[in-house]
Design a protein around this ligand. Structure first.
Ligand code: PMP
Length: 398
């Protein structure tokens, strides 16, 4: 009998399944709004000029490709810290942050989860309802039970603040709370600064461990504005985790560039924590790849490339915002039977559009417009060419 005869087929990844169906669709008018990727006005994944410049310089330098240290490239790690905590951060000056390069934001979450499992083996992990679809599976595969806390309020198209605070209070003390620092995926609905302060009070009171996931820094309101929650937590005196991703902000999806940062209480704690995180990394993939982090580090550390990147990031952010406004305005002008103004209040690449599973199904079968069954659409996949057909289709199905 084959070793694998009892292996069951795993469920298909819903988003990848949607992509396969999209690729097989022969209609020339098809539009894929199911993706989690930023497309430019031409419908392509951009190669940022700042990235291209840094790559050219790296190629010209004919640098050898030795192993990186387990924690990654130190010039990259420290540039990430400044991006998250700010240039003048007292936490950084006090040596209270451990940062290790990771395989994208996903790798940062998994390294953090594996380290936390050793630290708090019986803890519960809580994620927002809804959340990025990999959060639950990732923490479950690290051995944690995962629960939801209330987050999105469909009636107000905002945050269920009272529900969220009540659920965080009701969790066992010292639970691990995963929070989207900005540009919530999938809803696009973020906490206000006031909400963050209320959440922080509950976390402190219940001794919960915050795990801030920041995968879209710069896609909401700006680099520093989007780090508002991270900076608030930095001032709180709490210990917490941050996973960051440069997949979107540098358009480097396949290079797997991210970082795990852990805020400790002292430099002495920092070195002990770093030593343990290094063990987690060493036993998983030994050390991280060189290319993506070298490029991101060189861009962040070079004044010229940095300002070029910031301009390109601003362009991406403003293009998305422009598409949000055009969608709201377009649907209103077409006399759509529903008010879509909430789309303009959402942040980042995604919008919970309020479309039902049946309406999403009709968009696909009748119009070749692909969205997630929950109604999540990627606003960053809209452009001036596909906007009209998409809005006509939405008007037709609602
Ligand atoms: N966290 C969130 C909230 C995300 O949306 C994503 C991916 N889009 C990630 C983490 C993972 O990022 P990466 O692709 O860099 O692994």
């Amino acid at each position: 009998m084959s070793l694998f005869s009892a292996v069951e087929m795993a469920p298909r990844d819903p988003i990848l399944g949607l992509n396969e169906a999209f690729n097989a669709d022969t209609r020339s008018t098809k539009v894929n709004l199911g993706v989690g990727v930023y497309y430019n006005e031409e419908g392509r994944i951009p190669l940022l000029r700042a990235v291209a410049e840094a790559e050219k310089a790296r190629l010209a330098a004919h640098a050898p490709r030795g192993y990186l240290p387990i924690e990654g490239l130190s010039s990259y790690d420290s540039a990430v810290q400044k991006l998250l905590f700010g240039e003048g951060s007292s936490l950084l000056a006090e040596g209270r942050v451990v940062t290790t390069q990771s395989l994208g934001g996903t790798g940062a979450l998994k390294t953090g989860a594996d380290f936390l499992k050793r630290l708090l083996p019986t803890a519960v992990v809580a994620i927002s309802n809804p959340s990025w679809e990999n959060h639950r599976a990732l923490f479950e595969s690290a051995g944690f039970p995962v629960q939801n806390y209330r987050y999105y309020d469909a009636d107000s198209q905002g945050v269920d603040r009272a529900g969220m605070l009540a659920d965080l209070k009701a969790l066992p003390a010292r639970s691990i709370i995963v929070l989207h620092a900005c540009c919530h995926n999938p809803t696009g609905v973020d906490l206000s600064l006031d909400d963050w302060k209320a959440v922080l009070d509950v976390l402190r009171e219940r001794e919960h461990v915050p795990f801030l996931d920041i995968a879209y820094q710069g896609f909401g309101d700006g680099i520093d504005q989007d780090a508002e929650a991270v900076r608030l937590f930095a001032e709180s005196g709490l210990q917490f985790f941050v996973s960051s991703s440069f997949s979107k902000s540098f358009s480097l999806y396949g290079e797997r560039v991210g970082a795990l940062s852990i805020v400790t209480d002292s430099p002495e704690e920092t070195s002990r924590v770093l030593s343990q995180v290094k063990r987690v990394i060493r036993t998983n993939y030994s050390n991280p790849p060189t290319h993506g982090a070298t490029i991101v580090g060189n861009v962040l550390n070079s004044p010229e490339l940095r300002s070029l990147w910031e301009a390109e990031l601003t362009e991406m952010r403003e293009r998305i915002r422009g598409m949000r406004m055009a969608m709201v305005q377009g649907l209103a002008e077409m006399g759509a039977s529903r008010d879509f103004s909430f789309v303009a209040r959402q942040r980042g690449m995604f919008s919970y559009s309020g479309l039902s599973p049946e309406q999403v199904e009709r968009l696909r079968t009748e119009f070749g417009i692909y969205a997630i069954g929950t109604g999540r659409i990627c606003v960053a996949a809209l452009n001036r060419n596909n906007l009209g057909p998409v809005l006509n289709a939405i008007k037709a199905v609602i």
